[in-house]
Write a protein of this length. Structure first.
Length: 170
């Protein structure tokens, strides 16, 4: 009986560690740092060049992803819903990938993604943000400070609402 209980505890702990490493979890950033500027070669679904400086006054969800990544693909409906729900209230989603533009363009069209997508310039932005796994997202407040980071699917509407309400609309 003791072996079964001990085995269950060990299995539970292992599954807990595995799920946090796969999902990456979420974390509210305690010490808010200014988000580094992004360096993109090009962008889709955006009339102007994407930059954090140009987005001041908006809340930015900066997400790193790839077309070949199953968890990234699974997060697209979540991102699209956030864009549709909060875009007019000041949320700007910038989804960054390091793949070639032709591949990304076909993928964006096929998946009906309407939020801005940036093509990283030689992995500069991914390196600057220390991206080790994807999808990874950063929620940046209206003043340019990172207020949340984690797995894209762990970002809740509550966190977005909190960031949108942090400063009155400019």
């Amino acid at each position: 009986m003791r072996k079964a209980i001990l085995g269950g505890v060990v299995l539970g702990a292992a599954l807990s560690l595995l799920s946090s490493s796969v999902w990456g979890g979420e974390k509210e950033v305690v010490e808010k740092k200014v988000a580094p500027e992004i360096t993109l070669a090009s962008s889709l679904n955006s009339p102007a060049k994407l930059s954090l400086a140009g987005a001041r006054g908006k809340v930015v969800l900066l997400e790193f992803w790839a077309t070949w990544c199953p968890p990234c693909r699974a997060s697209i409906p979540h991102l699209q819903k956030l864009h549709d729900t909060y875009g007019k209230r000041g949320l700007l989603i910038i989804s960054v990938t390091n793949e070639d533009e032709k591949t990304v363009q076909a993928f964006v069209k096929a998946h009906r993604m309407t939020f801005p997508v940036g093509i990283d310039d030689g992995d500069k932005t991914m390196t600057t943000y220390g991206i080790e796994s994807i999808p990874t997202a950063f929620l940046i407040d209206r003043t340019g400070k990172v207020v949340w980071e984690g797995h894209t699917m762990a970002l809740t509407e509550k966190e977005v609402e909190k960031a949108l309400g942090s400063i009155k609309r400019l």
